[in-house]
Design a protein around this ligand. Structure first.
Ligand code: ADP
Ligand code: MG
Ligand code: ZN
Length: 476
């Protein structure tokens, strides 16, 4: 029996608001425990929640970016369960009327459909380790209680652990690019639960699934799913049944462990939140957010390739690996730089200097894209050699001065003037009778040596192409 994995993800994304979803408490990470709390987020009797407009704005932004349909009316509901870090005894979430429905994430040729995107509040945090008597006590920090989240739920469209990791990373990239999430998985700003089951290839009904919680890196997501797929395969192939359950990824052992049997929706006794009116989002609001949407990284990568003829790889580096590089690149090209040349400079010299000064963003480059275009223009028009250009670049970085001024001040302009070069070439030939003789005897490599001597004699200022021609004419 050939079994295929089926995977669906549930992703919790913290929205980058300054304050919580239903009160004015700060969302700052890492504050002293229980310092960002109030009667609302502590669930004290009589305290009333008021919905944070900015949180809704961000949630809509995410929905629009993911091609999800924002529903005109969505409804907050109470999801009832007991847990020490949930002071109200229920979590305010959305249930049968979520903020948005549908949408998709594309990974290569696979389309992963989104089921829904809904808004909810985060719970507090239980601390089990790292304090005296932690063997006997659990401490609670409610700073996180009431922090705004969206939960993004995918359809079970994924067919491998690797694709699931890519899907999660695509989502992260989009959420960060549109400014609704900081992408910090270590701090828990973005968390993923993975649902996985196996079924015989060709079968259309879903098998019993396990939900794996707490996989907070792309690598762990992949590893947890690989482990779980192997585990379930073992169970099924030996004639057993997979239990519907919640499991916890343990990154120390590289295994998943049973946590509890899975509760059904009915266990939560959902009902509409009586203290919050239905959330109305009119079409104009969605349209305004749609109009303000930035170009997403993937689209931008494709456009850079199509519009400027650079490679997929180069576009990837510019868009993703060096923050701000794509803007710098496009502005340099707009200022007249050749695309491939600008891309090479950014990925080569600029990136090297950034590393040297301990920065990873082109914001730290002490000159603008037009200045880079001027520099590459001087090389293209053969005013300076490419090796001189590196010196000019260093000086630009040190002084912030424009390339032309540096070239003039340092006398770096190439000697393209034939008469002047002929004199240098003749001097080099006279000084190197042996290599000349070798060249004439058929040892062609010697030619490169002679060009090198000419470059040296001209202090790097000879135009190598012109010098080569003169040399060839003399000894060829
Ligand atoms: P639950 O009620 O257990 O939370 P849902 O139907 O809400 O289950 O689905 C939660 C997530 O699990 C979704 O991402 C969905 O695509 C995925 N999923 C549901 N059933 C399966 C299954 N049999 N195998 C793999 N993933 C599944
Ligand atoms: Mg669920
Ligand atoms: Zn509060």
């Amino acid at each position: 029996m050939h079994l295929e994995p089926v995977v669906g993800l549930e992703i919790h994304c913290q929205l980058l608001t300054a304050t919580k979803i239903f009160c004015g408490c700060a969302t700052t990470f890492g504050a002293a425990p229980n310092t960002h709390v109030c009667p609302v987020c502590l669930g004290l009797p009589g305290a009333l929640p008021v919905l944070n407009r900015q949180a809704v704005e961000f949630a809509i932004r995410a929905a629009v970016a993911l091609g999800s349909t924002v529903n005109a009316t969505s409804i907050f509901a109470r999801k009832n369960y007991f847990y020490p870090d949930l002071p109200k005894g229920y979590q305010i979430s959305q249930y049968d009327r979520p903020l948005a429905t549908g949408g998709e994430v594309r990974i290569g040729d696979t389309t992963v459909r989104l089921t829904r995107i809904h808004m909810e509040e985060d719970a507090g945090k239980s601390l089990h380790h790292g304090f005296p008597e932690s063997d006997r006590h659990t401490l609670l920090d409610f700073n996180r209680a009431g922090v705004p989240l969206i939960e993004i739920v995918t359809e079970p469209d994924l067919r491998s652990a690797a694709d699931a990791a890519i899907c999660f990373s695509q989502l992260r990239e989009i959420l960060v690019a549109i400014g609704v999430n900081d992408g910090n998985m270590e701090e828990g700003s973005l968390r993923c639960d993975a649902n996985v089951s196996l079924r015989p290839v060709g079968e259309t009904t879903l098998g019993a699934k396990a939900e794996v919680k707490n996989v907070n890196s792309f690598r762990f997501l992949q590893k947890a799913l690989e482990y779980e797929i192997t585990r379930q395969r073992g169970v099924l192939e030996s004639g057993g049944r997979v239990e519907q359950e919640t499991r916890l990824w343990n990154s120390d052992t590289g295994t998943t462990e049973s946590m509890r049997s899975k509760e059904g929706a009915h266990d939560y006794r959902y009902f509409p939140e009586p203290d919050l009116p239905p959330l109305q989002v009119d079409a104009a609001w969605v349209a305004r957010i749609t109009a303000s949407m930035p170009e997403l990284p993937e689209a931008r990568q494709g456009r850079l390739v199509a519009a400027h003829g650079i490679s997929d790889y180069d576009a990837d580096v510019l868009v993703r690996l060096i923050p701000g590089a794509a803007d710098f690149f496009e502005a340099a090209v707009a200022a007249g730089a050749a695309a491939k040349t600008a891309s090479n400079w950014i990925q080569g010299e600029i990136r090297r200097k950034l590393k040297e000064v301990g920065s990873d963003s082109v914001a730290a480059v002490p000159f603008g894209p037009a200045a880079l275009a001027e520099l590459t223009g001087l090389v293209d028009s053969q005013v300076i050699s490419s090796s001189a250009a590196k010196d000019v670049f260093e000086a630009m970085w040190e002084t912030g001065q424009p390339a032309r001024a540096i070239v003039d001040a340092k006398g770096l302009a190439q000697i393209g003037d034939t008469a002047a070069l002929e004199a240098i070439v003749d001097a080099v030939l006279a000084a190197n009778p042996d290599p000349v003789a070798q060249y004439r005897a058929g040892k062609v490599q010697t030619f490169g040596f002679l060009v090198g001597q000419v470059m040296k004699a001209s202090k790097g200022k000879a135009n190598p192409a012109v010098a080569g021609e003169i040399l060839k004419a003399r000894i060829g």
